[in-house]
Design a protein around this ligand. Structure first.
Ligand SMILES: [Zn+2]
Length: 87
């Protein structure tokens, strides 16, 4: 289920955000990174919705620094741009 729009989508249409055992957050494009994961649509609007509703905090049961959100937003944006170029 997407953290932003709260809708169910096939996993391949979602991206995984992972919290590593060291407590670092990143966008997991391979789906194989170790750590706790949360899923979200690769869309800026879903990310913003998740940021507003504190979906990541709820999923990871941890406070998340705004800088982490910024870094994830940038990684997500890069993915979105790549996806558009490939169309
Ligand atoms: Zn979504």
């Amino acid at each position: 289920m997407c953290l932003g729009c709260q809708e169910s989508h096939p996993k391949k249409e979602l991206i995984r955000i992972v919290r590593s055992p060291e407590g670092e957050y990143s966008v997991d494009t391979t789906g194989k990174k170790a750590g706790r994961g949360a899923y979200i649509c690769p869309k800026q609007e879903c990310f913003e919705a998740a940021r507003k509703s504190r979906g990541l905090e709820r999923s990871f049961k941890n406070a998340i620094d705004p800088a982490v959100y910024e870094a994830l937003a940038q990684q997500l944006q890069a993915l979105e741009v790549t996806a558009k170029t490939e169309e």
